[in-house]
Design a protein around this ligand. Structure first.
Ligand code: SPV
Ligand code: MN
Length: 632
């Protein structure tokens, strides 16, 4: 008996008739072997095979409710899920790349020996699904039937995780069959492990996420938080970055959006921001259209860069969303539909509240800490907020009125600009354009620094280097990754213009120098710059806007007056901070094996420009001091 038949034979008694039929249509031997292997190891009571029909989707959502991983809320279709109190973010410490050699990827990327870690994982997974049901589902990263498409197989015992994936990802059973034997799917095995009474993972101290590059499989155990469990999100990204590097394309932590310019012109941008630094709110700004808010595949074609959103939904941060600043998201979160909320406050009538929402603050309810009341403290004496700062909502993109028409295009959208932005209180100006691809990749993307946030477990507010906002997801040495980015810009007819943005600049009084909506102006300015429609000021770190252009844009976009004092405060060049940043970043790259030589050269030039300006104008330089270029 061939291996394929043997595996199917083993699976047969655990499957329904339709489940068996569905699997027998898959000729790809490795997929059936994979499913059989983990059914055998995890030993579930039943196996549900989904191909993504309406009936399947309904069954999985109903399971999440009947098993208690989700509870229905007052608005039809909405459900609530809690992750355990200690399972509220991505677990960097226990997320490891399995390697067979002594590779050092740099900058603290965690690796472990493949054989011992696989053995440890097998031990953890052994019989773990006990009396529970296993879900097997097929998805596709990127639009179907396109050069971007990567089929995926997800195994999980969590009805919440599978329900989440049904919202977030394109169904991929047909794509897998279409690709047949040449398909090289990414594979994911997840178990939430034993559950406590409130249906959250009990053994989070044994939480592990192991990424097996060789087998293109990711394992995740004893956790429910989406960033640790949803295979196609950040787990698949580790596999994708590796594959992209081997094949000459890029897998980025990027939004994709169209910025609508004058005379009906639409210019597509991608934007990389570390978690909780404004990525979703940028992609969602009023007046523009969204292709994606988190992960992009980028490929070169006919001298241009094209990008697709690998997802079809949003797993967005809910804190701070209110009707005034985020009208589009607010509207979707209040109308009936398939939405999972996680780690917010649920009031006795099935209503919701989160930090920063409209309306009066409820005085009772349940949140990720159990019963909640104002002033509640946890075991360590720390006050429990009304909702966790990393509380999220999970909703399909097609619920939004601002979805871009190119969202599902198999060709992707052609990219005109790329932005990088971090949480930086004292160094970079709110928006600047690089002098070119290499300058942009080296001094903006690869030099992106950001203060840590609640999206990862551990201390918040610590400044760290986060190349292209991808540090948490890299599965190749950082030097190779930066080199891949430099290489990617070569041979393009019209390389996208690279910009740096910073929404988090503060004044001497510690207050933010910009309003939440100012990003709408920066986007319009960047769009004009991609086409050379406005001039710029040449500073040592990049090209910045002219005051009169911003003044006109503030008036036209936000109906507000932009003062020259604001311009001077926001756009002055902070030489000491910029020099200190160069030193920090250069030191981090020097510690790597074989960093790209462009890093040193570009840093040398940038330092020289800063020192020259300093000797002429001092430490803090008003933008009016630098030369203007009205139009190229
Ligand atoms: C992020 O933290 O970057 C997210 C959410 O997009 S997570 O699924 O945790 O990665
Ligand atoms: Mn993200």
């Amino acid at each position: 008996m061939a291996a394929w038949e043997k595996s199917l034979d083993f699976l047969k008694p655990r499957l329904s008739i339709s489940g068996y039929d569905r699997l027998s249509r898959i000729s790809n031997t490795s997929v059936i072997g994979f499913i059989a292997e983990y059914v055998k190891l995890c030993d579930p009571a039943r196996v549900y095979v989904s191909v993504g029909t309406e009936e399947d989707l309904d069954y999985m959502k109903k399971s999440a409710i009947s098993e208690g991983e989700e509870t229905p809320l007052a608005i039809v279709g909405h459900t609530n899920h809690f992750d355990s109190y200690d399972d509220q973010g991505r677990d960097r410490e226990h997320t490891k790349i399995l390697i067979s050699d002594n590779a050092d990827f740099g900058m603290g990327i965690r690796v472990c020996g493949r054989e011992p870690c696989l053995a440890e994982m097998r031990e953890l997974l052994k019989n773990i699904m006990g009396k529970r049901e296993m879900f097997v589902a097929f998805y596709c990263l990127g639009p179907l039937n396109s050069e971007f498409a990567i089929p995926c197989v997800q195994i999980t015992d969590s009805s919440y995780v599978i329900h989440s994936e049904n919202i977030l990802y394109r169904q991929g059973y047909e794509e897998l069959i279409r690709q047949g034997d040449r398909a090289q799917p990414f594979k994911f095995v997840h178990s939430e492990g034993e559950l406590s009474r409130n249906m959250t993972s009990k053994n989070v101290e044994n939480r592990k996420v192991y990424i097996d590059l060789e087998g293109e499989t990711v394992f995740s155990v004893n956790t429910q938080y989406g960033g640790n469990t949803i295979g196609l999100k950040k787990l698949g990204m580790r596999l994708g970055i590796r594959r992209a590097s081997n094949e000459g394309w890029l897998n980025e932590h990027m939004l994709i959006m169209a910025v609508h310019g004058p005379d009906g012109r639409w210019t597509y941008f991608t934007g990389a921001f570390p978690s909780m630094c404004g990525k979703t709110s940028t992609a969602m700004v009023e007046g523009e259209t969204i292709v994606g808010d988190d992960i992009a595949f980028l490929r070169k074609r006919s001298g241009s860069i094209y990008a697709v959103n690998i997802e079809k939904g949003i797993f967005g941060i809910i804190q701070g969303i209110n009707s005034k600043d985020d009208p589009t998201q607010w509207e979707v979160l209040h109308k009936p539909g398939d939405i999972i909320f996680s780690n917010v406050l649920v009031t006795p009538g099935g209503g919701l509240y989160w930090s920063g929402a409209d309306g009066p603050v409820p005085q009772v309810g349940r949140n990720y800490s159990g019963e909640w009341w104002p002033g509640k403290r946890d075991k360590s004496g720390i006050e429990v907020p009304i909702s966790h700062p990393n509380a999220r909502f999970n909703v399909a993109l097609d619920c939004f009125r601002n979805v871009d028409p190119g969202f599902d295009s198999p060709e992707g959208v052609r990219i005109g600009g790329i932005m990088y932005g971090g949480r930086d209180s004292d160094t970079s100006v709110p928006v600047q354009e690089s002098f070119g691809w290499v300058h942009g990749i080296v001094t903006i993307g690869a030099s992106l620094e950001s203060e840590t946030t609640a999206a990862t477990l551990g201390a918040e507010g610590i400044r760290e280097l986060n190349p292209m906002s991808n540090l948490d997801f890299l599965s190749i040495p950082i030097s190779s990754y930066v080199r891949d980015n430099l290489e990617f810009g070569k041979g393009l007819k019209e390389p996208p213009t690279i910009f740096g943005v910073n929404y988090f600049l503060r004044g001497r009084d510690g207050k933010f120098l910009n309003g939440k909506n100012d990003k709408r102006v920066w986007l319009k300015w960047m769009e004009l710059r991609v086409h050379g429609d406005v001039g710029f000021v040449v500073t040592p770190t990049g090209r910045i806007p002219l005051y009169q252009d911003l003044k006109a844009l503030f008036r036209g976009v936000l109906f507000s007056e932009y003062s020259s004092d604001s311009y001077s405060a926001q756009f002055r060049i902070r030489v000491p901070e910029n020099l200190a940043k160069l030193e920090r970043v250069e030191k981090a790259y020097s510690a790597l094996r074989d960093p790209p030589s462009e890093i040193y050269e570009l840093f040398r030039q940038q330092r020289e420009r800063l020192l020259r300006a300093k000797s002429e104008f001092g430490d803090y330089i008003d933008p009016g001091r630098f030369p203007l270029v009205e139009r190229e």
